[in-house]
Design a protein around this ligand. Structure first.
Ligand SMILES: [Zn+2]
Length: 408
């Protein structure tokens, strides 16, 4: 493609969960600051920096909400819950009385939620277990759907159910007693009470079934419980194009929740073979897919999940390695291939995952944007410490995405 045809197009590098806090063992630097990231720094040096409030109060601190915010969708107006977003990603048509739940396969031991991912349960095990659950427990009131690894779905059918239920987010509840993490009705309706009772019964009955299932045999961290959370009804968003003056967008990711947002927003979803959502992902494949997608889209949203997963593991070395892989195998090849093409680049995480907390926080994330329409400021390094000193200030709502797309 003629290099001039890229002018004004944009790539957002979305490093899931990258932002952190200064750590004593790194001499009071953050993991991002301790890794050599010349290409990310180049965005800050050539462009402008700031922060972005992706997780305003009153909404879950989850990646779906955070990524919707980055794309400029108001959570107050449009956030449907994670279940419906992932159902949309999978092409599951929700009826008007359906309520979709994210349904993790987790590992519980002695009443403690030991692992929200059941040891990053492999797809062949998780999909087999979800199919077995559907055969054993599925009926006209409840359906089970396999997703990717521990990220699966459960849909309740019928007017007798409610989505107004409080839940514990499993990756924020590691090592806590399951008895304190139960579903709770958020109102006094019979529907809410019935929903809690119905799901508690299935969770209890499916536990011994999963525990004894042949697919769990010999697994040190068996997927021995289901964990339903973040319910909601059929989503309806305005499309990305209608919201942003006809601009087109493509999303590259490994995880259903990001594809779900893409589909809700009418953006193209690009699946890359070997994209795993973990540190062993196909970086080169994703970088190449981004370059290809930019040929026929105005914006490419290039999401990498690995850093988030390493942060949840609380593993500093692994997090730093994931940041380094992102720099060297995603940001570097994409930026160097498009050198001199007039493409706008932006870098940000969707939310922080501080290693010592191992959960998402609402702290505004560091942002850097460079492009022909961006007036450079004095910040030269992309980091949690430097970004707040930049000229973009603290952005919120759709300010970040409009800046990237050069829209007022
Ligand atoms: Zn995230």
């Amino acid at each position: 493609m003629d290099r001039s045809a890229y002018k004004g197009k944009a790539v957002i590098f979305l490093a899931d969960g990258m932002a952190d806090e200064p750590l004593a063992e790194l001499g009071n630097r953050t993991p991002l600051e301790a890794v050599d990231t010349p290409w990310m720094d180049r965005i800050a040096k050539r462009g402008a920096s700031g922060t972005f409030l992706s997780l305003p109060d009153g909404f879950p601190t989850s990646s779906d909400a955070a990524n919707m915010s980055v794309l400029g969708y108001s959570l107050a107006q449009f956030y449907p819950g994670r279940g419906p977003i992932e159902a949309t990603a999978q092409g599951i048509e929700l009826g008007k009385d359906d309520i979709a739940w994210r349904c993790n396969l987790i590992y519980e031991k002695d009443g403690i939620l030991k692992d929200y991912s059941a040891g990053h349960v492999p797809n062949e095990v998780s999909s087999g277990l979800m199919k077995a659950l559907q055969e054993r427990f599925g009926n006209d009131k409840v359906s089970f759907y396999p997703g990717v690894s521990y990220r699966n779905l459960l849909v309740l059918h019928g007017k007798e159910f409610s989505a107004n239920i409080d839940y514990a987010k499993p990756d924020s509840s590691q090592d806590e007693p399951v008895s304190e993490l139960g579903l709770k009705a958020l109102d006094n309706t019979p529907e809410a009470a019935h929903t809690v009772a119905f799901l508690n019964k299935i969770m209890a009955e499916s536990a011994p079934f999963l525990e004894g299932h042949p697919l769990n045999r010999g697994r040190e961290v068996p997927a021995n419980r289901i964990w339903p959370w973040s319910p909601g009804r059929r989503p309806s968003f305005p499309s990305f194009s209608e919201k942003y003056g006809g601009k087109t967008g493509a999303v590259i990711s490994a995880v259903d929740v990001i594809f779900g947002i893409a589909r809700c927003a009418g953006m193209d979803m690009i699946r890359v073979p070997g994209a795993t959502g973990f540190i062993d992902t196909n970086y080169e494949g994703k970088a190449q897919a981004a370059l290809k997608a930019l040929e026929d889209h105005d914006l490419v949203y290039l999401h990498v999940e690995a850093i988030d997963e390493c942060s949840h593991l609380g593993d500093l070395k692994l997090k730093m390695r994931a940041i380094s892989e992102f720099e060297n195998r995603i940001v570097a090849p994409v930026m160097s291939a498009l050198e001199g093409c007039g493409v706008t680049f932006a870098i940000l995480p969707d939310h922080p995952v501080p290693l010592h907390q191992r959960k998402h926080t609402r702290t505004p994330v560091p942002v850097a944007i460079c492009g022909d329409h961006i007036v450079p400021d004095s910040v030269c390094v992309y980091s949690e410490t430097e970004a707040p000193k930049g000229s973009l200030g603290q952005m919120k709502g759709d300010e970040f995405i409009r800046k990237v797309l050069n829209l007022k």
